[in-house]
Design a protein around this ligand. Structure first.
Ligand SMILES: Cc1cc2nc3c(=O)[nH]c(=O)nc-3n(C[C@H](O)[C@H](O)[C@H](O)COP(=O)(O)OP(=O)(O)OC[C@H]3O[C@@H](n4cnc5c(N)ncnc54)[C@H](O)[C@@H]3O)c2cc1C
Length: 643
């Protein structure tokens, strides 16, 4: 690649990404030194990145891996998650050493399902050995590795990413690349290049639980889930490392990688939805497989889950190449946690065994593109799929396969009919709401029993149709609060809303003001001892309806004992709020409860500025996602969004 024409793109927001109005110092116009020139530069040598580098180097490309830590392998090594959980373990993944059962390693057999497809056989490894294995394989294939170097920007030529800006102790430099693979899991390079990304904003803050492992003298697996950390926020990262040392005071040390399950993602040429994943949709450009159950580690937001929640069943998902390509950019592929997918689809896509294979596929693609000097969108997909099938990363059957969407109308009609006995049928009809809506309205009108009427009223409400609202309101009025869901560390399974919570949120989706009195009656019964999901449901419904008469009730709830005062302003407070139990997440749960109710209050018109005051406090919270969310909500209203 040639230097000279490229433009340096960095985010340069300040210590905290959502910081506004930080002072800026003029930097004299200077040139950034070119530190190297490669066919393929992989940023982040983790779960997806190390395999991507191995694949590209084995294919003959000149490859560089940039890793800001001092070991390769990411979450599975530096993050001390040293065993597979679910995942298809054939293909390249099979090569990576460890001990135990890989399950079926033949892709065709695997996709056929049947009794041979085990859920999650036990397979584990020593993190130091695995990290070293990645290092040796990259070097053996002729690749280079730079440790302790962070990718902090992109070189852009028009819309083509032509390299990476790196931060070293000597200052910044540029590394030129024909193809960049962003395997940071956080789309650091794509975001710097200007890619549209999905990160915490003004819509409901939902983030899968984050951990930071403690480390025993002989490092082994430590799976944790107690906080919410935004690794793009230096204040958040630093406070976590300081207070976690106190939290795990009786341990030898902490791991060196924040174990976040959900990070900033690109908006790609194709965005996988939860329904795509649950329907196991086929694509013409499948390049890897994913296999998991639905371990959500927190609450979910997709409306499908108001109707049905898959419980510990496996889904075999195909991942299309387009999920790896940031919309509008060329010269870059993205892997791992930051591919283009809805957050609720991620629990099905993020298993290590699958991300290894996905990274390997990206590496093969990048080597081919670099050799031919081709744009990423002109890749010969069939040729890549043939290579992948030969390696057993995908079955041969995906070659030349067509998109299984749109779903035929007859199937939608059948699913609408079946829905009253089988809630999972919603995943079919919700994928084609324009065809389903009139059929659902009809089914509601013609329902013979109260139960069926309620079922179809919920279906309509989830689509935003108030046709069945009176049925839902009557149901809500007739029932006392049921058992809700509490937000717990490692409480990753099951629906995050109770039945009544679901009715309340669905009523919110109808925006029907008639629902407000029934919801307020339920809200009045809540206090600091009530389950988290009840508070969340009430807040969500009322803010969707944005009914000013709800403001006093929300303020009264926030003013009840134990409901307020959970903003984290310093590490001492973070340590005090965080229990010693490894997955104690009380501080996370109470803060999210306070923040959601304050947001709802603010959006319902506020009362004596209470909602705004709480949001302003959270805008300075050390936890980046909470701060970013609070700021976005305040900003939204300032910009004239309807309350
Ligand atoms: C707590 C937890 C438990 C889990 N449990 C399991 C389990 O039991 N089994 C399982 O199979 N999966 C599990 N998963 C899922 C799986 O481990 C992750 O989804 C997967 O490892 C993510 O891969 P990745 O390549 O996207 O990110 P990572 O593995 O994190 O790789 C990113 C790499 O990029 C580096 N990096 C980041 N930014 C930069 C930068 N700007 N410049 C240079 N380098 C950078 C990082 O240091 C890291 O090496 C778990 C995940 C978590 C968080």
């Amino acid at each position: 690649p040639a230097a000279g024409k490229a433009e340096v793109k960095e985010i340069l927001d300040g210590e905290r990404p959502a910081a506004r109005g930080v002072p800026k110092i003029k930097s004299a116009s200077r040139s950034v030194p070119v530190l190297g020139s490669y066919d393929v530069v992989v940023v982040g040598g983790g779960t997806g990145g190390a395999p991507a580098a191995i694949a590209a180097a084995r294919s003959g490309a000149k490859v560089l891996v940039l890793e800001h830590l001092y070991g390769l392998g990411g979450v599975g090594t530096m993050g001390l998650i040293t065993s597979y959980y679910w995942g298809y373990r054939g293909g390249f993944t099979k090569e990576i050493p460890g001990k135990g059962d890989l399950g079926t390693t033949n892709a065709a057999e695997f996709m056929k399902g049947g009794p041979d497809r085990k859920a999650s056989p036990r397979f584990l490894w020593n993190p130091l050995e695995r990290s070293e294995w990645f290092r040796r394989e990259i070097l053996k294939a002729g690749g280079e590795i730079w440790y302790g170097v962070a990718g902090c920007g992109a070189l852009l030529e028009g819309n083509r990413v032509a390299g990476v800006v790196v931060a070293t102790p000597q200052g910044r430099g540029a590394v030129l690349a024909k193809i960049v693979i962003d395997s940071t899991g956080n789309s650091d390079i794509a975001a710097a290049a200007g890619a549209q990304t999905v990160h915490t904003g003004a819509s409901e803050l939902a983030q899968q639980g984050v951990g930071l492992p403690f480390m025993k003298l002989a490092p082994g697996s430590t799976n944790t889930d107690f906080t919410l950390t935004d690794e793009t926020d230096m204040a958040d990262v630093s406070h976590l490392f300081v207070y976690a040392k106190e939290k795990y005071a009786d341990q030898f040390d902490l791991g060196q990688l924040i174990d976040s399950r959900e990070r900033r993602r690109i908006v790609g040429d194709f965005e996988m939805t939860l329904l795509d994943a649950l329907n196991e949709r086929s694509y013409p450009d499948t390049i890897s497989l994913a296999w998991s159950n639905f371990d959500t580690h927190g609450y979910t937001v997709d409306p499908y889950l108001l109707l049905d929640h898959p419980e510990r069943v496996g889904f075999a998902v195909k991942v299309p190449y387009r999920c790896l390509i940031p919309k509008g950019l060329d010269g870059i592929l993205v892997t791992g946690l930051s591919i283009s997918a809805h957050r609720d689809a991620l629990p099905l896509l993020r298993m290590q065994a699958d991300i290894h294979n996905q990274g390997y596929a990206a590496g093969l693609a990048a080597a081919t593109l670099a050799k031919a000097g081709q744009p990423v969108r002109s890749l010969d997909i069939r040729a890549l799929q043939k290579k992948l099938a030969a390696l057993d990363i995908v079955p041969e059957g995906v070659i030349g396969e067509q998109d299984s969407y749109p779903i035929p109308d007859a199937k939608v009609a059948e699913a609408v009919k079946r829905f009253k006995e089988d809630s999972s049928a919603a995943r079919i009809w919700m994928a084609k709401p324009e065809s389903a809506s009139p059929l659902l309205r009809n089914a509601y009108r013609e329902a013979q029993t109260e139960k069926d009427k309620l079922t179809y009223a919920m279906a309509l409400a989830v689509l935003g149709d108030a046709g069945g609202a009176p049925t839902l309101i009557a149901a809500l009025e007739s029932q006392p609060w049921d058992k809700g869901w509490d937000y717990k560390g490692m409480g990753q399974f099951g629906a995050a809303l109770s039945r009544l919570d679901g009715w309340i949120v669905a009523l919110g989706r109808t925006r029907d003001r008639r629902a407000v009195p029934a919801i307020l009656k339920k809200a009045a019964e809540l206090d600091a001892n009530s389950e988290f999901s009840h508070h969340r449901a009430v807040a969500l419904a009322l803010e969707m309806i944005a009914e000013p008469s709800a403001a006093p009730a929300l303020a009264a709830l926030l003013n009840k004992p134990g409901m307020r005062g959970y903003v984290v302003k310093d590490t001492a407070q973070a340590a005090a709020l965080s229990g010693k139990d490894r997955n104690d997440n009380r501080s996370r749960a109470v803060s999210l409860r306070e923040l959601s109710l304050a947001r709802a209050l603010f959006r319902c018109g506020d009362l004596n500025g209470l909602g705004k005051a709480i949001l302003e406090e959270y805008a300075g919270d050390l936890r980046g996602h909470l701060a970013r969310h609070a700021r976005a909500v305040l900003e939204d209203i300032r910009q004239g969004a309807p309350r």
